[in-house]
Design a protein around this ligand. Structure first.
Ligand SMILES: C[S@@+](CC[C@H](N)C(=O)[O-])C[C@H]1O[C@@H](n2cnc3c(N)ncnc32)[C@H](O)[C@@H]1O
Length: 262
């Protein structure tokens, strides 16, 4: 990788681009969904299906951080059911989706732009709940994120996170293999776009304005939360509804955990 490559700058621009392209992670909830939430009919997703209701409990009056979770999706719904919600995200365009919903539907949201690995702006014990959907795949080192989540939660606070099953990163993505129904192992886990793609493949990703990704192993995803001090109290897996890779036809691509600061 050229020494001048700035991961944060590149990924922020790539997510701004995705938001402008109306990616599934950037499609704001409708006013109807907010109205329904105000009537008590609501759910939020960190995997394709809504979370089990008992993972969230009653969030009214709670301080909630939506961590790297902008896009106008989870945060406005949680605000509509009475939570005090802060969103931190790297991408100004993703944050603009939350700002749009808040303005449109009369919701209060605190929006912060920044890197999930530096959460020093938030004091110790500032939150009751942190929601951290499918986003630690965009940073190479996630232990600082788990440690900071533990610091920012109050006692008995809950961290709900989701991430990709590391197995989805191992296969060669050449469509010629998929056309033959083949999964050809090529990449070891932990996986890094920066270290394991060829220079030409990386340049093609940059040209397509795609964010750089990292496939963390379970020792970072699960072991990292335990090392930070959390107890893992809930676990679920879900298949990808429209598999992008052959391997996703055979195992759940999404994993979510519910962890508690005891
Ligand atoms: C898959 S989206 C998740 C948000 C979405 N609302 C959802 O439901 O999953 C990943 C998010 O991570 C954000 N992100 C990527 N790198 C980040 C970083 N270093 N710090 C904070 N946010 C980051 C992106 O801007 C994007 O909004």
């Amino acid at each position: 990788m050229p020494e001048t490559f700035d991961l944060l700058e590149h990924n922020a621009a790539a997510w701004n681009h995705r938001a402008r392209q109306d990616s599934p992670w950037s499609r704001p909830v409708t006013s109807e969904a907010i109205e329904a939430a105000r009537r008590g009919e609501w759910g939020v997703c960190v995997t394709p299906s809504p979370l089990p209701a008992d993972w969230l409990g009653d969030v009214a009056g709670k301080d909630v951080l939506c961590l790297a979770s902008a896009g106008g999706q989870q945060a406005p719904v949680l605000a509509a059911v009475g939570a005090r919600v802060t969103v931190l995200d790297l991408s100004s365009e993703q944050l603009a989706r939350d700002a749009m919903v808040a303005r449109r539907d009369g919701l209060a949201l605190t929006l912060e732009q920044g890197d999930m690995r530096d959460l020093s702006r938030f004091p110790d014990g500032a939150f009751d709940l942190i929601l951290h959907p499918i986003s630690n795949q965009f940073v190479p080192d996630i232990q600082p994120v788990w440690n900071e989540c533990w610091r920012m939660l109050r006692k008995n606070g809950v961290l709900i996170s989701s991430f990709f099953n590391p197995a989805v990163f191992i296969a060669d993505r050449d469509p010629a293999f998929a056309r033959q129904g083949l999964i050809r192992p090529r990449f070891a886990v932990p996986y890094s776009d920066l270290e394991q793609l060829s220079e030409a493949e990386r340049a093609a990703k940059v040209a397509r304005n795609e964010p750089m990704m990292f496939g963390h192993g379970l020792s970072s995803q699960i072991g990292g939360q335990l090392a930070a001090g959390f107890t893992i109290a809930g676990f679920l897996e879900e298949m990808h509804p429209s598999p992008r890779f052959e391997i996703e036809k055979y195992l759940p691509a999404f994993i979510a955990t519910r962890s508690v600061k005891g």
